[in-house]
Design a protein around this ligand. Structure first.
Ligand code: SAM
Length: 442
């Protein structure tokens, strides 16, 4: 694929991601099937993906630079094209003359001939200025409602810390399940142990499938936060006889529940496709016999009485994973958060109503918004007398372990009620934002 066509594809994807609220991956595969004129090679795909990730991740910053350098309002398509051009200049270091040539050509192909000289002029003007000085434009998304909600919940400085941490690609964390079939050299030289089974890759790895040992199922990807949340309840898991994971796919937490309980897990999910992915993941890890899959809508299922430990890893806005999916901050609104929170309460309340006494319910989400975490929990425990919060920070062993985790801000990760609230900057090098609450139905 030539450079111009790659840019044309990238511009179409970029517009689709923002206008149709798509994930970057999804925008790409939709268009991919439609490009028939030219073969798209692996290199093109990775170039376009990288350009899209960088442009979406740095959209606020790039728009700031652009809008300081244009005086009149212009067509949104033109703005999007210019953002990608500037992204190549500031974040991918493409040569300025090549950018001008390609994006001016692209504007002609996109029926923006009317704007060609404007695009040419804006780019030339910006490229003539001091790059380092321009780059220092403030990057905080002061007009974004998700960001403003973080300021309301955590204060301005913490919101800035969160955003700064989320705004770059984080290195991946891996959970090692079988040390015996591990590529020891790779793990010694290319990873740092965080604690227990959890390792962090020392540098960004484009495709983990190429790491030796992946096919044999020696490890899987899981963020520190998710791993730590399940580790925190390991005592309860060991003492439980039957365990269910109600929103299970693609399966990371079911695997951890199995690891820490050493028991079989019943894993439910509403989505057939996601369960197929999970089945595939489990078979790679040789865990098909330990984790049993069921396709069910939890809200239409009323028999949780067999279980004494139930995990609800609820569908959420996933704002804690903006480092992996930078499009989330642009595509989620407070209206979405409100409706997600209503659904989360519905799920939690339904499970609470259909469990036997002495059942532990472990509710978690990868959202940073308190509406989807603390507020869901308090709405239930403040209105029901027979359910209480079990603080997650009052276990001696856990306090001991916390000291061993390098770079973790242990004082900050629990709320006054003993709920887990990990923010992305709480771990040195960053991690996903995560919330978890352990409840006991009495
Ligand atoms: C946050 S994801 C779970 C991630 C998973 N626990 C893991 O660690 O890999 C939420 C999951 O809930 C499922 N889900 C959403 N609504 C559901 C419902 N009413 N009943 C069952 N599963 C549901 C979704 O299909 C999705 O796979």
């Amino acid at each position: 694929m030539n450079g111009l066509n790659a840019r044309l594809l990238a511009i179409k994807c970029y517009i689709n991601i923002l206008s149709k609220k798509l994930f970057i991956e999804d925008s790409f595969s939709i268009l991919n099937t439609k490009v028939k004129d030219e073969e798209i090679k692996e290199d093109d795909i990775s170039f376009i993906k990288n350009l899209l990730h960088q442009a979406i991740r740095n959209k606020f910053h790039l728009e700031n630079i652009l809008f300081q350098n244009i005086t009149k309002e212009t067509n949104i398509k033109v703005v999007n094209l210019l953002i990608l051009a500037l992204c190549e200049y500031f974040y991918l270091n493409t040569k300025d003359y090549a950018i001008i040539n390609t994006y001016v050509e692209a504007s002609k192909k996109l029926n923006l001939t009317h704007y060609t000289s404007f695009i040419n002029g804006v780019l030339r003007n910006i490229f003539r200025k001091d790059k380092t000085e321009l780059f220092q434009t403030p990057i905080f998304p002061v007009e974004n409602e998700i960001y403003n909600d973080l300021i309301l919940s955590y204060g301005e400085q913490t919101a800035k810390n969160i955003y700064q941490e989320l705004n770059h690609q984080k290195d991946l964390d891996l959970v090692v399940l079988n040390e015996n079939i591990l590529d020891k050299d790779f793990f010694t030289n290319k990873t740092t142990k965080i604690f227990n089974h959890l390792y962090r890759l020392n540098e960004y790895q484009k495709d983990v499938k190429t790491i030796a040992g992946f096919d044999k199922g020696s490890f899987f990807i899981q963020s520190f936060s998710s791993y730590f949340a399940i580790y925190l309840v390991s005592n309860y898991l060991e003492n439980s006889n039957s365990i269910a994971d109600l929103c299970a796919s693609p399966g990371g937490k079911s695997i951890l529940l199995n690891l820490y309980s050493k028991k079989n897990i019943d894993a439910y999910d509403i989505s057939k496709n996601k369960l197929l992915t999970m089945e595939h993941n489990l078979s790679r890890l040789n865990l098909n016999n330990s984790i049993h899959l069921y396709q069910k809508d939890i809200l239409s299922f009323e028999n949780f009485y067999n279980y004494d430990f139930i995990l609800i890893d609820s569908p959420c806005s996933a704002t804690g994973t903006i480092n992996k999916h930078p499009e989330i901050i642009h595509n989620k609104t407070l209206k979405d958060i409100k409706s997600l929170a209503e659904n989360q309460f519905k799920l939690l309340n339904h499970v609470y109503q259909n469990t036997k006494p002495q059942t532990y319910i472990y509710y978690c989400t990868c959202s940073l918004q308190k509406q989807e975490g603390e507020e869901v929990i308090n709405k239930l425990v403040n209105n029901k007398k027979d359910i209480k919060i079990i603080p997650l920070n009052q276990n001696q062993d856990i306090n001991h372990t916390l000291k061993d985790i390098n770079g973790l801000q242990t004082d900050n990760i629990f709320t006054k009620q003993g709920l887990l609230r990990i923010l992305p900057h709480h771990l040195f090098g960053g991690t996903e934002g995560f919330f978890a609450a352990l409840l006991l139905k009495e």
